[in-house]
Write a protein that binds this ligand. Structure first.
Ligand code: NAI
Length: 478
């Protein structure tokens, strides 16, 4: 007899493992299939997906290490702290990152045991549908076919590679190889000035690499509010990132001596970048092949995404849902998690809701960039009358004390109703500060609400309050 489940989740990343836990909390008999072993020493599938194994968590560990290094080497003296020469043991830094990853993925295994979720180790693909539900083949060390009344597809995404540019994850790396450098490259090239390129480019720059970024688009961080993008480009350039916009990548050669990237610059001139290592971070593509979707009548769209109902994450196959990077919307771990919870609750007959306009975005550069809601350019384009308030960290005592006074907060509010339409932050701890704005927007708060709420002093959060006050030209400390 094959194992039978109420809910089978395919993929153990943030979308999948959270969906499995929520479904178990709701009383379902749940299994989660995972096949990717990443660098597991025993070759066992690892839970946590891209985020925990080769994305958010390891990159943030390296960001923290490189920030400490930069602080000690360059900023300790500002505090009157004298240090001798500072060096980095990159092997140890990478080992620390690996230990954090191992701890976190092990933590999910514990959560599975706690919630009585069956972990099916192997690649899952649909075989068809019978009277008892969907038949799904699990192809691992043991091969079996299980049945499930409901299936949540949460198989995530993989790095997009460029034609003619083979990634070996030694010299030419995507996000996976770029987290494993065991020495600091003297010259590092990055193709794509997006989230990954800027985060990882910053890590290695802080540790001493000379970093050159090549970006196809003419404008920097096009998804950000224009004034934030402008400030970011100015600050990152000042820090030493060599950013080239509007380039066209030509042929790339790699040999023992390093990598040579031929490209055309924004003026149309032929140019060449020689580097020891190259990171290719030009977006990601959904993992929707080899799932046997055709066996249950599902088709992906032209970009490989699974079409779903926007409100329920339901596919056109009854009882099959899809969440996270395999469906429309931003490829963000927290968006995937919320959709995982939503899908489990829809299966349980509940009526959950996600307001996609209130999903915060974060780029973990230094300073961090975070935003929620509409950008100023989007409001202009939509013809919405708005007012803007901006306040710099430079005028905040806590930021000055921390030696982290670069950047500002910008609040955009409806000109008539004062409802907050967007909040944009470039500055210290932006990733934490944006949570207040997300809560405010979920509750349809007005800028006046944030302005009236007592914020702790001295704290960085006062800058958010002052920016809200500034929408009405009544910032108190400027
Ligand atoms: P991205 O979409 O953020 O940036 C890719 C960049 O590469 C774009 O600026 C694009 O114009 C450029 N590009 C594309 N083709 C190019 C070419 N041929 N030559 C030069 N430039 C080219 O993608 P990225 O950085 O790879 O990240 C992938 C996904 O992972 C993103 O969707 C992001 O949301 C997610 N992610 C999120 C993080 C966070 O929330 N902090 C951290 C890391 C990744």
């Amino acid at each position: 007899m094959s194992q039978a489940f109420d809910v089978l989740v395919i993929g153990g990343g943030p979308g999948g493992y959270i969906a499995a836990i929520r479904a178990a909390q709701l009383g379902f008999k749940v299994a989660c299939a995972e096949s990717n072993a990443y660098d597991d020493p025993k070759g066992e599938p690892r839970l946590g997906g891209t985020c925990l194994n080769v994305g958010c968590i390891p990159s943030k560990a390296l960001l923290a290490s490189s920030e400490e290094f930069e602080k000690i080497g360059h900023h300790a003296a500002d505090h009157g702290i004298k240090v001798g020469s500072v060096s980095i043991d990159s092997k140890k830094m990478v080992q620390r990152k690996d230990d954090i990853v191992t701890k976190m993925t092990g933590g999910i295994q514990f959560l599975f045991r706690k919630n009585k979720i069956t972990l099916l180790k192997g690649h899952a693909s649909f075989e068809g549908k019978g009277a008892d539900g969907y038949q799904v083949k699990i192809d691992g060390k043991d091969k079996e076919t299980v049945t499930a009344k409901n299936v949540i597809i949460a198989t995530g995404s993989k790095a997009r590679h460029l034609p003619g540019l083979p990634v070996d994850n030694v010299l030419i790396c995507d996000n996976e190889g770029a987290l494993k450098f065991e020495s600091v490259p003297k010259k590092l090239g990055v193709i794509g000035a997006g989230v990954i390129g800027l985060e990882l480019g910053s890590v290695w720059r802080r540790l001493g690499s000379e970093v050159t970024v090549l970006e196809a688009l003419p404008s920097f961080l096009a998804a950000c509010d224009v004034s934030i993008a402008k400030e970011a480009q100015k600050l990152f350039t000042k820090q030493g990132l060599n950013i080239n916009m509007g380039v066209k990548i030509g042929d790339v050669k790699a040999d023992k001596k390093g990598v040579v990237v031929n490209y055309t610059d924004s003026a149309g001139k032929a140019a060449k970048l020689e580097c020891d290592r190259l990171i290719v971070s030009v977006g990601r593509v959904p993992n929707t092949d080899k799932l046997g979707l055709d066996k249950i009548g599902l088709k992906v769209d032209e970009r490989g995404f699974i079409p779903i109902d926007d409100h329920t994450c339901a596919t056109t196959a009854a009882g099959v849902y899809a969440v996270g990077d395999v469906v429309r919307g931003p490829m963000l771990a927290h968006k995937a998690e919320d959709e995982g919870v939503l899908a489990a609750e829809v299966i349980a007959g509940q009526k959950p809701h996600i307001d996609y306009n209130c999903i915060p975005w974060v780029i973990y550069t230094d300073p961090e960039i975070a935003w929620v809601g509409k950008t100023e350019q989007a409001l202009k384009e939509a013809g919405i009358a708005y007012k803007a308030g901006q306040f710099p960290f430079m005028a905040n005592g806590r930021a000055l004390g921390m030696g982290r006074s670069d950047g500002f907060v910008k609040v955009l509010a409806d000109a008539k109703t004062d409802e907050i339409l967007g909040v944009h932050i470039i500055g210290p701890n932006a990733s934490d500060l944006i949570a207040e704005a997300a809560v405010a927007m979920e509750f349809k708060a007005a800028a006046e609400d944030i302005a009236r709420i007592c914020h702790p002093h001295p704290s960085l959060s006062e800058v958010v309050r002052e920016a809200a006050l500034a929408t009405d030209q009544r910032a108190l400390n400027m």
